[in-house]
Ligand binder design. Structure first.
Ligand code: ADP
Length: 304
C-alpha cells in the first residue's frame, strides 16, 4: 500500500511559552525526505508528534487513511521511530535484546523469530558482532541497532531523528546507505542539521527554523533556483563588516587559513568576486540568511 504522510497546520507551544511549531504543513511521499534545520528549530517536536508521543495544540496529521493524532494504536502498528537518544541495556547482547523486542512485537513463533532477528542483524551489518554486549558498541553500531529495532515491525513510516550526529565518516556513510535502502519501500523521514545528510540522500526536503517551514523543494531544483546568483571572495576580518552591510553575505568559511565569503546577488557584486557553482549548503544558508538577516560562520573544511 502506498502511504503518504500529510501534515496540516500543526502548531505546538510549550508551557514555557516557546512556540516550537508554527502552522507547519508538509506532504511527504514514499522515499527519503529530509527535514533540515538548526538546533532548536522544532524538528524533534515534530518527530515526536508524528511518532504519537506528543500532541500538537492544533492541526491534523494523516498517514494514508490513518488519523495519526486520534488513532495512535493504528499509527504505532505501521511506524518505526529512532529517537535522538535511546536507552540501551549495556550488559545485553544485540541478539538477545533484539529477540526480546521481537517477542514484544508479537513474533511468537520461535523459528520465525530467529529468522527475523538474523535477517535484521545481517541487514544492519551487525551479524558478526551479534554476541557482543551493546555497551561495547560504537555510536554507529548503536544507531544501526536502533534501526534494526525500528524495522522489527516492518514499518511503512520510519522516523529518524538526528541520526548522524556523532558518527565518524565511515559509520555515517554506512548508516546513510542503510537508510536509503529503506527509502525504496517506505516513507523515511530524516531530521538533521547536517546539510550533507540531505544532499546525499533525500529526493525531497524541507527547511525549518523557529517552528516554521521556510522552504519545501526537491534539493536539485532548489539548487537550480540559485544558480548564477552565488558569488565568493576572500575577505579579511576587517572587510567583513562592510561587506555584510553592502551585500547579502550568506556564509563565511575558512579555507587554508583564508576567510571566504559567499554572497547572494543577481549580478556580480564587484570585481573581486568570482561565481560559485552552488550546492545545497548555499540554498540552506540563503534561506537562513533571509530569515535571520545574518550570515552563517562555517567551520573550516578542505573543499571550498
Ligand atoms: P530541534 O529538534 O530542531 O533541535 P526541538 O523540537 O527540540 O528542536 O525544540 C524546539 C524548541 O522548543 C526549542 O526552543 C526548545 O528549547 C523548545 N523545547 C523543546 N522541548 C521542550 C519542552 N519539553 N519544554 C519546553 N520547551 C521545549
Amino acid at each position: 500500500m502506498r502511504m503518504e504522510l500529510q501534515i496540516r497546520g500543526v502548531s505546538k507551544t510549550y508551557s514555557n511559552g516557546v512556540r516550537a511549531l508554527d502552522d507547519v504543513s508538509l506532504t511527504i511521499a514514499p522515499g527519503m525526505y529530509g527535514l533540515l534545520g538548526p538546533n532548536g528549530a522544532g524538528k524533534s517536536t515534530l518527530m515526536r508528534i508524528l511518532a504519537t508521543l506528543q500532541d500538537p495544540d492544533e492541526g491534523t496529521v494523516r498517514l494514508g487513511d490513518i488519523d495519526v493524532l486520534s488513532e495512535k494504536e493504528r499509527t504505532r502498528e505501521v511506524l518505526g521511530y529512532l529517537p535522538q537518544d535511546f536507552g540501551l541495556y549495556p550488559g545485553v547482547t544485540a541478539e538477545s535484546l533484539l529477540t526480546h523486542f521481537a517477542v514484544l512485537e508479537g513474533i511468537s513463533h520461535r523459528t520465525d523469530r530467529k529468522e527475523t532477528v538474523e535477517a535484521l542483524l545481517r541487514r544492519t551489518n551487525l551479524w558478526d558482532v551479534r554476541s557482543e554486549k551493546l555497551g561495547t558498541y560504537s555510536g554507529g553500531m548503536k544507531q544501526r541497532f536502533g534501526v534494526a529495532v525500528a524495522l522489527l515491525g516492518d514499518p511503512r513510516l520510519l522516523i529518524v531523528d538526528e541520526p548522524t550526529a556523532g558518527l565518524d565518516p565511515v559509520e555515517r556513510v554506512r548508516f546513510l546507505n542503510l537508510l536509503s535502502e529503506l527509502g525504496e519501500r517506505s516513507v523515511v523521514l530524516l531530521s538533521t542539521h547536517i546539510v550533507e545528510d540531505v544532499s546525499e540522500l533525500c529526493s525531497h526536503m524541507a527547511v525549518i527554523d523557529r517552528g516554521r517551514i521556510l522552504l519545501e523543494e526537491e534539493p536539485f531544483r532548489a539548487i537550480e533556483q540559485i544558480r548564477g546568483r552565488i558569488w565568493r571572495r576572500v575577505v579579511t576580518t576587517g572587510e567583513l563588516g562592510r561587506l555584510e552591510r553592502e551585500h547579502k553575505v550568506i556564509s563565511t568559511r575558512l579555507l587554508a587559513g583564508r576567510k571566504i565569503a559567499h554572497v547572494f546577488a543577481d549580478a556580480r557584486p564587484g570585481p573581486a568576486f568570482e561565481p560559485v557553482q552552488p550546492d545545497l549548503k548555499d540554498v540552506y544558508f540563503s534561506v537562513m540568511a533571509d530569515e535571520n538577516g545574518r550570515s552563517v560562520d562555517l567551520p573550516a573544511e578542505s573543499q571550498p
